[in-house]
Design a protein around this ligand. Structure first.
Ligand SMILES: [Fe+2]
Length: 123
């Protein structure tokens, strides 16, 4: 039953993510962000319950290799965004792209730190 709820929450999150791109109204957008934030929380609670019941964690585990893959993907998106930035002419679009690139840099830093933590724990 928890697994079904987990999948349902996941489905909902995907739907909200897709909606976020198409909705202009700022109140509705902020509602959707709230739904997304709560959905993430619920997924955390449910997976915690699932691993408590089933013992060892059944969810995707955090490994140094996994993190390196994520870093690779983040770098890839950063490069694509950088290319978009270079061909964009509108200042507004350029500034949005810059803010996403800054976020991606931050994600890479976070992942690199997570990787260091994992490596130091596994020693
Ligand atoms: Fe990212």
């Amino acid at each position: 039953m928890l697994k079904a709820q987990y999948d349902a929450e996941r489905e909902e999150l995907m739907l909200y993510i897709d909606l976020l791109g198409s909705i202009q109204n700022s109140i509705v957008r902020s509602y959707i962000r709230t739904l997304l934030g709560d959905g993430l929380k619920h997924i955390e609670y449910i997976s915690k319950m699932m691993s408590d019941i089933e013992g060892a964690s059944r969810s995707a585990s955090l490994t140094s290799d996994g993190i390196k893959k994520s870093i690779f993907h983040e770098r890839e998106s950063r490069e694509i965004l950088q290319e978009c930035f270079e061909i964009a002419d509108e200042p507004e679009i350029k500034s949005i792209l810059t803010s996403i690139i800054v976020d991606e840099d931050h994600h890479i830093k976070i992942l690199e730190h997570m990787d260091q933590l994992i490596q130091s724990y596994s020693k």
